[in-house]
Design a protein around this ligand. Structure first.
Ligand SMILES: Nc1ncnc2c1ncn2[C@@H]1O[C@H](COP(=O)(O)OP(=O)(O)OP(=O)(O)O)[C@@H](O)[C@H]1O
Ligand SMILES: [Mg+2]
Length: 366
């Protein structure tokens, strides 16, 4: 139990995944879903507890939390995990590490390796220790697309891939990420570091029983009723994003006089006023903005002469070469604002809430 009454347990999915590992059918899975669809919640509140109950040693690590020096941060987390699991002793590695704040509980805080080479050796050693252990190890690696954003991580990614490959019978891994583009760079392009390493699984959407669960908990918590059918309808309208429906229900808990429709309107209003989206938008060049708008409006013929003439007119310039649009598109991809679909020329907005923001704050306003 996670202790979070609002959490809707996804035990069947967790069992299915663990079953695939236990039977030896899979060694690595890649879960893709857009932002805020419940990946992290599933890893932490369903996958980890189940695996632990079944005697797996389980480590959750999010690459989003590490700013620089990903390899060191991950290796330290792995070492700390091995120590906590009783697989090795901290003292054995102490000489390789400096700046240990006295009495610190987590060794990751304020600690670093004496030199990068030692991080590499330690990664290998700890992985080998984990693989030799009688308990199997499950690594839950969240936001892995971050690794593809920085060339400095290449070395680390290669080392990680090798270690996972060598120890795949005993160390299983779930990768998740929200950027389709970032994951494609890691797993699907033929020159990608993890090309064909993990099996891609779409992350299933939450269904009606999730919404009924929220309605039940709402009633328990407040003594008031919420119409589960209407809630389900709203959930669908909002793109089945669990985070949004939960914010909506929480809002109704706090404001007893709010109707479902009013709460929904307020929530949409909040997205429109979100500063983060406005900043992202402001950071884009005029051409990037026009490209984003065209993608939101599903105008996929971005490179056609007609579209280029139209854009040029808009920008008050004579002509707009294909290469200029291509370069704007590449910038947007690099910033993970847009991604591309395998069909040539089809693009999409990576964050569905940003897409909604553009629809409301940019397109409807004009
Ligand atoms: N099983 C669930 N039961 C109840 N609420 C959920 C569940 N899954 C997700 N949520 C709600 O959705 C929110 C977003 O989920 P989560 O952070 O796991 O998404 P994510 O896919 O990891 O998003 P991101 O890509 O932005 O990290 C949670 O904070 C929670 O409010
Ligand atoms: Mg997450």
């Amino acid at each position: 139990m996670s202790g979070d009454i609002w959490h809707y347990p996804r035990l069947a999915l967790a069992k299915q995944v663990l079953g695939m590992f236990e039977s030896g059918l899979s060694t690595a899975l890649v879960f893709f879903a857009p932002r805020r669809m419940g990946k992290t919640e599933f890893l932490l509140k369903d996958m980890r507890p189940l695996a632990t109950r079944q005697h797996w040693h389980t480590l959750y690590f999010s690459f989003l939390d590490t700013t620089s020096n990903t390899k060191e941060a991950f290796t330290l987390a792995l070492l700390e995990f091995a120590v906590e699991s009783g697989i090795t002793k901290w003292g054995k590695f102490q000489s390789r590490i400096k700046k240990i704040s006295a009495g610190a509980v987590g060794i990751q805080a304020g600690v670093e390796f004496r030199d990068p080479q030692q991080a590499k050796i330690t990664l290998k050693e700890v992985m080998t220790l984990l693989a030799k252990n009688k308990h199997k190890t499950l690594l839950l690696l969240d936001e892995v697309q971050v690794l593809s954003q920085d060339n400095d991580n290449r070395d680390f990614v290669a080392a990680l891939r090798t270690m996972l490959d060598v120890n795949k019978d005993c160390i299983k891994v779930i990768f998740t990420g929200s950027s389709r583009e970032g994951l494609r760079r890691m797993f699907s392009k033929s020159n990608a570091p993890f090309f064909h390493f993990g099996q891609n699984l779409p992350f299933p959407e939450l269904e009606e029983d999730f919404v009924s669960h929220l309605a039940d908990v709402f009633q328990q918590a407040t003594g008031r009723k919420i119409n589960a059918k209407q809630l389900w309808q709203v959930f669908g309208d909002m793109g089945k994003v669990p985070q949004l429906i939960r914010s909506l229900v929480e809002r109704m808990v706090l404001h007893p006089n709010l109707s479902l429709q009013q709460a929904r309107q307020q929530l949409m209003q909040d997205i429109t006023e979100d500063r983060e989206y406005a900043l992202t938008w402001e950071s884009c060049s005029i051409l990037e903005r026009l490209a984003i708008k065209a993608i939101v409006l599903d105008e996929t013929e971005l490179f056609s002469e007609e579209k280029r003439n139209q854009l040029a007119l808009f920008m008050g310039i004579e002509t707009l070469p294909v290469s200029t649009i291509q370069s704007a598109i590449r910038t947007l991809q690099r910033k993970s604002i847009i991604g591309s679909l395998p069909e040539r020329g089809a693009y999409y907005i990576d964050d569905p809430n940003f897409k909604r923001w553009i629809e409301q704050a940019v397109i409807e306003e004009h």
